[in-house]
Ligand binder design. Structure first.
Ligand SMILES: [Zn+2]
Length: 169
């Protein structure tokens, strides 16, 4: 079961687009669907074995979904925090799966970079403080475990705080 969870991939409808960033922060391969043709999203989900996340009740009525050939989750809330909480809870996602693994913009696996390679490419104060860097091979955005990253992971942990408490007792 654990292995299955680790290989979950997603396609996120643009009506719940904020979920894409959070799932990528957790390390899940997540495509954002920006088109207007629902059939395109369903076809991609089927082809690539992605779990579909949407607020569109019509999509949930499609045969490919009701027959469970495509797994889809109907997101209940319009608040990103509650949406994230629902996805994590419904699928028992591991929030610490692979932090720092996927570009938040392009959904591309990040590549490790050495400190030397980053000289002149990150602000001097960052270069002094950080020794571990990751780079997106597509957009060349550089990631490090700085304050911005810490703030995001802290928020992520808040989404699931209630789950952890439940597990303890
Ligand atoms: Zn990128």
């Amino acid at each position: 079961m654990g292995r299955l969870k680790n290989t979950l991939k997603f396609i996120v409808d643009n009506n719940v687009g904020k979920l894409a960033k959070w799932l990528r922060i957790m390390g899940y391969d997540t495509r954002l669907f920006n088109g207007s043709d629902d059939s395109g999203m369903v076809a991609t989900a089927l082809d690539e074995g992605r779990v579909m996340l949407t607020r569109d009740t019509q999509i949930m009525k499609r045969r490919v979904v009701t027959s469970e050939r495509v797994k889809a989750i109907l997101i209940q809330s319009d608040k990103p925090e509650l949406q994230m909480r629902q996805v994590i809870s419904d699928l028992s996602l591991d929030c610490q799966l692979r932090p720092f693994a996927i570009c938040l913009e392009c959904n591309q696996p990040l590549l490790e970079r050495s400190k030397q390679q980053m000289e002149g490419r990150v602000p001097p104060y960052v270069f002094q403080m950080q020794s571990q860097y990751m780079e997106c091979p597509i957009c060349h955005r550089i990631y490090w475990r700085g304050t911005h990253w810490q703030a995001m992971t802290k928020r992520l942990n808040q989404f699931v705080g209630y789950q952890r408490k439940k597990e303890k007792f």
